[in-house]
Design a protein around this ligand. Structure first.
Ligand code: HPA
Length: 281
């Protein structure tokens, strides 16, 4: 796919048509499971599922801990698409591949997207294992999903407002489920290398509480498609240079695994609460 090509939207439309056909109708919510969050898929009973390799434009994620399945789940009166793993910028397939699931879900009827991720934490008062709602982001990837030709009608308009990128309404709903959830600013890096201690010191000065390698492209694309965004981070480590310990992908995964039994059910409960407060109820 060429970055910013209208072709990317055409492929997402085709993918959406295939999903609507396979799962027999439209969905309301897309939930993307990042590292540590995959347990939610076990907590929620899938009505049906499909390997992403069978859907146009999807690439099986190569990041460890990321699955390649799209599940259709019923949560109360809502139909939820559950994606068990995402494509990251650092996999090198381009921005359109990173946001393809979000655009596809929008074309398949979803008005809400719930993004989850593993993140490095700058807040020693939160600590490893903390869960936080993202209130805003700083995009340090150097990319935008809206680069290139303007989107085809009716999606014209590449100057998307990101003032309320992360929905305060959805954050309130999440806090009804778990009042102890932290709230913070997520700084998105390209990766796949971890940040340097100097970058983390700069991130702190700029107002970041969390750092990671996902979420920001998906949020921008979702806002462009008119979706409401909720994003949650699991702090799998203190960010580079804070604890003096070296970072590794394996440690991130190990903490993610250890937290799975806690954050999976949390996500399931948040999806239930979103359903309770949705318009169709
Ligand atoms: N930095 C970037 N991405 C991450 C980190 C980190 O420290 N931990 C988990 N994902």
């Amino acid at each position: 796919m060429v970055v910013g090509s209208s072709n990317a939207y055409d492929v997402a439309k085709l993918a959406a048509e295939a999903i609507v056909k396979k799962f027999d109708g439209q969905h309301d919510v897309l939930a993307v499971l990042g590292s540590g969050w995959a347990h939610a898929a076990a907590v929620l009973d899938a009505v049906d599922e499909i390997s992403v390799t069978e859907i146009q434009g999807f690439i099986k994620p190569s990041a460890i801990g990321h699955g390649g399945t799209l599940k259709s789940v019923r949560v109360g009166g809502s139909r939820v698409l559950l994606l068990t793993g995402r494509t990251h910028l650092y996999e090198g397939h381009g921005v359109d591949a990173v946001v393809h699931a979000v655009r596809t879900a929008a074309f398949a009827g979803c008005k809400t997207v719930v993004l989850t991720n593993a993140a490095g934490c700058l807040r020693t008062d939160w600590g490893v294992g903390a869960t936080a709602l993202i209130t805003d982001h700083i995009n340090l990837t150097g990319f935008s999903p809206l680069t290139g030709a303007d989107a085809p009608a009716p999606l014209h308009g590449r100057f998307v407002d990101l003032t309320d990128a992360y929905s305060a309404r959805l954050r309130d709903i999440a806090k009804k489920v778990e009042p102890t959830l932290h709230e913070g600013v997520y700084m998105g890096f390209h990766g796949p290398h971890f940040e340097t201690p100097a970058e983390i010191r700069a991130a702190r000065v700029w107002g970041a509480d969390l750092v990671g390698m996902s979420t920001v492209m998906e949020t921008i694309a979702a806002r462009h498609m008119g979706m409401e965004v909720l994003a949650l981070s699991l702090a799998t480590n203190l960010a580079a240079g804070i604890s003096g310990e070296k970072l590794s992908g394996d440690k991130v995964l190990a903490i993610g695994k250890a937290a799975a039994g806690r954050v999976g059910p949390l996500l399931a409960e948040i999806l239930k609460q979103i359903d309770k407060e949705s318009k169709h109820n």
